[in-house]
Design a protein around this ligand. Structure first.
Ligand SMILES: Nc1ncnc2c1ncn2[C@@H]1O[C@H](COP(=O)(O)OP(=O)(O)O)[C@@H](O)[C@H]1O
Ligand SMILES: [Mg+2]
Length: 390
């Protein structure tokens, strides 16, 4: 077999494997098949909805809310099956407890950037989006990495069901006048996605000749302005390069989180990205620029107390001070194993999808602390400010 033929055979085999796994788990390999199987216990409701359990039960009894799904409806002592995320959203509507941004505040755009591949950008972006989705926020995730891993987290696979026409590329090179065409639903009730595809790489070449209404680095910013009214938070997952996609991502952001692996050599990759940001915002470079984003370091790959990552993290805090978030992305097997099980930590429904109850608890609680810090200390204060002040 010629080399090219054997490469094609290998690619086909891998794609068939991907598709077969999705079909075995979800019935088919489309994004809509990945409906969240997880149900939430009554004891989890109070925090998710923001009212007491008793108030919810009373609303069910009085008919203001539908009766709950029951495990054993025939029995004299029926037990609740737990609530789906969709049902929880209906309860929030009934009690007026949706957590949306104030009407006069804009959606906040957060990018998870990084100077290096494999520093946990995409996995963190996917989990952050889903954590926000569980809380009831309206989220748009934007994948501009040609490797499209964030898209795959939501079932959009470049070889199975997505083409370059579904990505932001046609807009970024002037073939479309808005981003509306590429906003797609996910199986999560309040998360939409702009997926990516390997051919997103064409932006680097094609933008040079493109007939576009703004400077090339402002196209994504302008496009997101046109659709941001539907969302509270927009999360962009980038590619570890210093190209047009990355400058667009930075210029579109209110907050840039630089995922920095706590390994000695990786700190240098973050410095390279910081140099790009400096050049973009230093003035005198003929680039029109919007507001300056808030930039923070998001430490990743942090292991247990005795690991060298903890020592490196201490040093990072010394030389970068307040730039570094208080919380970090901690190592957990649940992320890698989750890919094997085709569910994220937040999608894992029950013990059959979790390594152990404790491993799952540790994974969620460290993610929860990190995401709470981002939401409470970075995002919410911006909602309290006018656009000019941002
Ligand atoms: N919190 C985590 N704990 C352990 N492993 C992780 C974690 N986050 C990501 N990983 C592993 O690292 C791999 C690369 O992460 P990814 O988010 O795709 O990196 P990037 O987007 O920066 O290239 C993932 O496939 C996953 O197996
Ligand atoms: Mg990635």
């Amino acid at each position: 077999m010629k080399l090219s033929e054997s490469m094609i055979a290998c690619i086909d085999a891998a794609n068939n494997w991907m598709s077969a796994r999705a079909r075995a788990k979800f019935g088919n390999d489309s994004p809509s098949a990945r409906v969240l199987q997880r149900r939430f216990k009554p004891c989890e409701l109070e925090e998710m909805v923001g009212v007491t359990r008793q108030a919810i039960y009373d609303a069910e009894k009085s008919g203001r809310l539908p009766l709950p799904d029951l495990k054993n409806p025939e029995s004299a002592r029926p037990v609740r099956l737990g609530y789906t995320l969709q049902q929880i959203d209906t309860i929030r509507d009934e009690f007026g407890t949706q957590p949306y941004r104030p009407d006069d505040a804009a959606a906040i755009t957060i990018s998870i950037a990084g100077g290096k591949g494999g520093c946990w950008k995409t996995s963190t972006a996917a989990h952050f989006a889903q954590w926000l989705g569980l809380k009831g926020y309206r989220v748009l995730v934007v994948d501009i990495d040609p490797q499209a891993h964030l898209s795959m987290y939501f079932g959009y696979h470049p070889e199975l069901n997505t083409t370059v026409e579904d990505t932001a590329l046609p807009y970024l090179i002037g073939e479309k006048s808005s981003l509306d065409y590429c906003v797609k639903p996910t199986a999560w009730p309040k998360i939409n996605i702009i997926p990516s595809h390997l051919q997103m790489q064409r932006i680097e070449r094609e933008v040079i000749e493109a007939d576009i209404p703004y400077q090339a680095h402002l196209m994504l910013y302008a496009g997101l302005q046109g659709i941001s009214h539907d969302y509270d938070i927009i999360i962009i997952d980038g590619h570890p390069d210093l190209g047009v996609g990355t400058t667009n991502m930075i210029a579109a952001s209110d907050i840039v989180l630089v995922a920095t692996s706590t390994e000695v050599n990786d700190i240098n990759s973050t410095c390279q990205l910081m140099t790009l940001i400096r050049d973009l915002y230093k003035g005198g470079n003929n680039l029109e620029i919007t507001h300056e984003p808030v930039v923070r370091i998001l430490p990743t790959k942090v292991g247990d107390k005795t690991s060298s990552s903890q020592q490196n993290l201490k040093d990072m805090r010394k030389f970068w001070g307040d730039m570094v978030l208080d919380n970090a992305c901690m190592f957990t097997e649940e992320v890698g194993k989750g890919q094997r099980r085709m569910v994220t930590v937040y999608e894992q429904a029950d013990s059959s999808e979790r390594s152990t109850p404790n491993a799952w608890k540790r994974a969620t609680s460290s993610f929860n602390e990190l995401f709470t810090e981002i939401l409470e200390t970075l995002v919410k204060p911006m909602w309290g400010l006018s656009n000019d002040e941002k």
